[in-house]
Design a protein around this ligand. Structure first.
Ligand SMILES: NC(=O)c1ccc[n+]([C@@H]2O[C@H](COP(=O)([O-])OP(=O)(O)OC[C@H]3O[C@@H](n4cnc5c(N)ncnc54)[C@H](O)[C@@H]3O)[C@@H](O)[C@H]2O)c1
Length: 334
């Protein structure tokens, strides 16, 4: 099978943990690494055997025979890099969120829509065993059409840690909901369809940051399902769960990507389902899927349209909290 020439732009946490090793595991060629911090680009090139390294992504896009790029930089840089990558006809895997704000997200979407490139947004939960099984239970009518969905994410991400650079800067990350809860907003959309409105309350407990670190959101989907997110980064210990109450049954998870899954329905009693999967597996699968979409000309698992719709819901939630009222979607014309 033909292999692709790929480059990784942004050699930080997620690239080193997942994307650099995973693209090699899928048998692709890493032709270049890039990071504005030269040492990071160099180290990644050495460790993952890239031919060259760069500090300017534009030089990467000039490379002859480059097929695809993986962009794993902070959200505020996504628009410039992704738009240029699409303009130069490269296939793109872009880490979530699509961008740090809705305007940038829309520009990425518009550029992609006018192109013929494959463009996947890194909504990795779509490749996680428990999330895939929950989707199957909705579709095979064990759980059936979603009525109420939830995610409780009481955690310590920044509550007990020092502020983490771009993450706690709203202009750079988009905030806790845009940068982090967006995974679950996408999962809710995947399970229950498009979102019609958002009602939310945000607050910031930690001194010295300009993003929300606590959020309570209720979305209503077009099919009238409710989905809610309670996320707090103020907690002193972690407490997580998510699930779907459907018209025929219920699936619930104590935990997030690691945890205990329980399923019940009108025709079967409560059962525990064991899906114990190292989180790295979902990142391997999303990379395999992206590569396959290019080599076999198949649809990607999450397009910029999905990225834009999740972003729009997150922005509607923020607007609801600011204005103290229900916000109806869409906020923009697609
Ligand atoms: N899917 C997931 O589960 C997951 C997990 C973590 C992070 N992420 C996302 O991945 C992205 C990166 O997050 P991270 O935790 O790896 O951040 P990070 O800060 O560890 O890494 C980002 C890297 O990008 C580099 N960079 C910044 N601007 C650049 C530019 N213009 N050109 C080239 N390099 C540049 C930085 O120097 C840094 O090394 C974010 O969008 C984040 O939301 C996704």
């Amino acid at each position: 099978m033909k292999s692709l020439n790929m480059a990784v732009i942004g050699c930080g946490n997620i690239a080193n943990y997942a994307h650099l090793p995973n693209l090699l595991k899928t048998g692709q060629k890493l032709v270049a690494t890039c990071d504005i911090v030269e040492e990071k680009a160099k180290q990644a090139a050495e460790k993952f055997k890239a031919d060259r390294f760069y500090t300017d992504y534009r030089k990467v896009l000039e490379l002859k025979d480059l097929d695809a790029v993986i962009i794993a930089t902070p959200p505020d840089t996504h628009k410039e890099i992704a738009v240029d990558a699409v303009r130069t006809n490269k296939h793109v895997f872009l880490e979530k969120p699509l961008a740090a704000n809705l305007e940038d997200a829309y520009e990425i979407y518009s550029q992609w829509k006018r192109s013929n490139v494959k463009f996947a947004v890194g909504f990795c939960l779509r490749h996680h065993g428990m999330f895939k099984y929950a989707k199957e239970l909705v579709e095979n009518n064990t759980v059936g059409e979603p009525v109420a969905l939830w995610r409780i994410a009481i955690g310590t991400a920044i509550g007990v840690l020092p502020p983490m650079g771009w993450l706690t800067d709203r202009e750079r990350s988009g905030g806790m909901v845009v940068e982090n809860s967006i995974h679950m907003i996408d999962a809710f959309r995947w399970f229950a369809g498009d979102i019609a409105s958002a009602l939310a309350q945000y607050k910031t407990e930690r001194i010295g940051i300009n993003i929300e670190d606590n959020a309570y959101i209720v979305f209503t989907h077009r099919n009238n399902a409710f989905s809610s997110i309670l996320q707090s980064w103020t907690a002193t210990h972690t407490h997580e769960s998510w699930g779907i109450v459907g018209k025929q049954g219920t699936v619930s998870v104590k935990g997030y990507v690691l945890g205990t899954m329980e399923v019940s329905s009108r025709s079967r009693g409560l059962e525990e389902v064991k899906i114990e999967e190292d989180p790295i597996v979902m990142y391997e699968k999303e990379m395999e899927d992206f590569v396959k979409s290019i080599l076999e000309d198949k649809p990607v698992f999450a397009t910029p349209l999905e990225g834009l719709k999740a972003m729009e819901a997150a922005v509607a939630a923020e607007k609801s909290s600011k204005e103290g009222k229900l916000i109806k979607l869409p906020l923009i014309d697609y």
